[in-house]
Structure formats: C-alpha cells, structure tokens
Design a protein around this ligand. Structure first.
Ligand code: NAD
Ligand code: TYD
Length: 338
C-alpha cells in the first residue's frame, strides 16, 4: 500500500513531500512531468520517496505506476498554476488541468484507489466585492480566468466521479500560498528577488486587489489532515485568515529589505483581474481541527530570509538552469528515476 503524490516537484508538492515522506510508514511515490515549474532540486536532501518522471495525461504510464507501486491513496497537486500564463495560452491549462485530471481519475478508478485528494483553489469561486462575505464551500463556482476555469473543470469531474461511481474523493480549495521553493513568477517571490536585485517591482493596476494569504506549510498540514480524516465527497476550504492588498505586501517586502518604494512600478493591469479573494475556513477548523500556525507578517519575514539564504536555488530558478538538473544528475545512471 502506497501514497502517490502528483506534482511533488512543484512549489506546494515539494513542501508536502518534505513534510510527509521522511516520517511516512508507507512508501511515497512522486509523479511529476518536470515542466518549467517542476524542480527536483527542491527535494534535495529529502528521504523516503521514489521519483517517477511522467505526465498525468499518459494513461498507460499511470496504470503501470498505480499497479507497480500498489498505490491506494493519491494526493493530486500536478497542474498548470499561473494565471498570467493561462491568459497568454489557455490550451496547456485545459490539457493538464482538465484532461490530465480526467486521465488520472480514470486510472485511479480502474485501479480501485481508496482515497483521492484533489488539491484545488479558491479561485474557482470567482471574485468578491470589498464588502461581500468570504467564500464558503457552498459558494457557487464562477471562475473568471482560463486557469480557474480549468481548475473548476477538474473539480466538476472529481465530484462527478463521486456521484456516479462512488469514487472516494475529497476536494480542497486553498487561498494564495507563499513560502520556500515558490517559483519566482508569482507575486511574493518575484517581488523579493527583484527587490534584492534592485530591479523594478511591477504592480498590476492600482495594486488594491486583495488576496487571502496562507503559508505553504500550513496548507500542507491541512492537506495532510484531509488525507487522514477528510470525509469522502466533501469540499474543504483552506485559508490563512490574512487578507492583504498587493501594494501593502510589496511595501512590506521593501520595508523588510530596507529598499526604497521608488522601485515600485505600476504597470498595465492583468486582463480580467479578480479583485478580491477571501476564504471562510470554518468547516475545516470545526471538523478536522485545522488551524493555521503562521502569522502572515512573521511568515513573510521568514520567507524573505529563505530567499536570501538560498541564492543558488533562486539563481537556477531564474535562469532556467534547474531544468537540466535531472539530465545532469541521472544521465546514464542505472538508478535514474523513471
Ligand atoms: P507549481 O506550478 O509550482 O507546480 C506544479 C507541478 O506540477 C510542477 O512540479 C510541474 O512539473 C507538475 N506538472 C505540471 N503538469 C504536469 C503533468 N501534465 N503531469 C505531471 N506533472 C505535472 O504549482 P503549485 O503552486 O505548487 O500548485 C500545486 C497545486 O495547488 C495546483 O493544483 C494549484 O492549482 C493548487 N493551488 C495552488 C495555490 C498557490 O497559491 N500556488 C493555491 C491554491 C491551490
Ligand atoms: P499571483 O501570485 O500570480 O497569484 P494569483 O493571480 O493566482 O492570485 O498574483 C497575486 C496578485 O498579485 C494578483 O492580484 C496579481 C498581482 N501581481 C502583480 O501585481 N504583479 C506581478 O508581477 C504578479 C506576478 C502578480
């Protein structure tokens, strides 16, 4: 009996593997296609897992992996995850997030897995006005970007498998994550690295869009709780109770790094830019006893410190050099992960 984690070389997936693999009594298998967002060096020094390089759209590979490793539980992180990229090219998002999830679901159903945790996002609920109440699990799905629409499509498929086949699934919908190993295309790592380099910090529109931030370690702790105790057929919202405007975060990063606010550059707004996300996570608190441990201001300061201290990881991530990592480390070796 083993646990399969898809997307385990990405930002949240690698933090999850760091949390669960070393202490796991069951074998842990990471399946990741190593797209631009997958970085095996984020798992350097972590014990207790087997890596398989592969695509969730590959039905034959999935069948083999599930059978060979006797997989009985799956946590599904693999996805295209960046809204700006989805605006420039929706097709890859539909392929990975919708077709990939559908392929994984079918393989998991055929194999008879006992638990499937589908990691989704609060962005499927759409956006909120300044005074509207936070999203609950009952809020209607109303995605507004190609990214969130593709995630909503995958959520619908997962739910349909439960209703139709009694498939043992749980969906989590989390707010914006920040923390170690986040790819520097997302707001917080991009602003930290630009500020450290003395480069401009591009803030979209008026900078007053609001996101509800959670430390990645809190998100991973919540997913672990859901894997252990989440009820089949349920949706659990996960959030950090930390609504902040983008501009306040950017200013706080500059303050902590003692850099001037003149580095801020207001740039053209993102198309269809969601104004506000806010998540009501009462259900997971009440049912599973999950409470986030990180206060945003402390977590942000720790994250800045992490990016400062891990300049090799950052340089590789920015230059794309990490993409050769697999080849350089495993070329021709018998023990190369397949
Ligand atoms: P990420 O982009 O950092 O990582 C995605 C990982 O999936 C990468 O390792 C990539 O190589 C892998 N992958 C992509 N396509 C694949 C495919 N076809 N087959 C196998 N692997 C593939 O993403 P992240 O920020 O770690 O997000 C992980 C999950 O959490 C996603 O499903 C995302 O929608 C969800 N989520 C993210 C956030 C956030 O703030 N980052 C918030 C809520 C939910
Ligand atoms: P992002 O990290 O891309 O996450 P998401 O779009 O999934 O919420 O962006 C967070 C917020 O920061 C969002 O309102 C867009 C804004 N943003 C900027 O202002 N400048 C940037 O360079 C980026 C990447 C994001």
């Amino acid at each position: 009996m083993s646990l399969l984690v898809t997307g385990g070389a990405g930002f949240i997936g690698s933090n999850f593997i760091r949390r669960v693999a070393p202490k796991s009594s069951e074998p842990v298998v990471v399946l990741d296609a190593l797209t631009y967002a997958g970085n095996l060096s984020s798992l350097d020094g972590v014990d207790g897992f087997t890596f398989v390089k592969g695509d969730i759209c590959d039905r034959d590979l999935l069948g083999r992996v599930l059978a060979e490793h006797a997989i009985d539980r799956i946590v599904h992180f693999a996805a295209e995850s960046h809204v700006d990229r989805s605006i420039h090219g929706p097709a890859q998002f539909i392929q990975t997030n919708v077709v990939g999830t559908a392929t994984l679901l079918e393989a998991a159903r055929a194999h008879g897995v006992l638990k499937f945790v589908h990691v989704s996002t609060d962005e499927v609920y759409g956006d909120l006005g300044p005074d509207e109440p936070a999203f609950t699990e009952e809020t209607p799905i109303r995605p507004r970007s190609p990214y969130s629409a593709s995630k909503a499509g995958s959520d619908h498929l997962v739910r349909a498998y439960f209703e139709t086949y009694g498939f043992p699934m749980v969906i989590t919908r989390c707010s914006n994550n920040y923390g170690p190993f986040q790819f520097p295309e997302k707001l917080i790592p991009l602003m930290i690295l630009n500020a450290l380099d003395g480069q401009r910090l591009p803030v979209y529109g008026d900078g007053l869009n609001v996101r509800d931030w959670i430390h990645v370690k809190d998100h991973c702790a919540a997913v672990e709780r859901v894997l252990q105790e989440g009820r089949s057929g349920e949706v659990y919202n996960i959030g950090g109770r930390a609504e902040r405007t983008n501009i306040s975060i950017v200013k706080e990063i500059l303050r902590l790094l003692q850099k001037p606010e003149s580095l801020i550059q207001f740039v053209q707004d993102r198309l269809g830019h969601d104004r506000r996300y806010a998540i009501d996570c009462t259900k997971i608190e009440r049912e599973l006893g999950f409470v986030p441990q990180h206060r945003f201001e402390n977590g942000l300061a720790e994250t800045i410190e992490w990016f400062r201290q891990n300049d090799v990881w950052c340089k590789r991530a920015r230059s794309g050099e990490y993409r050769d990592w697999y080849e350089r480390n495993y070329r021709g070796r018998k023990d190369a992960p397949k």
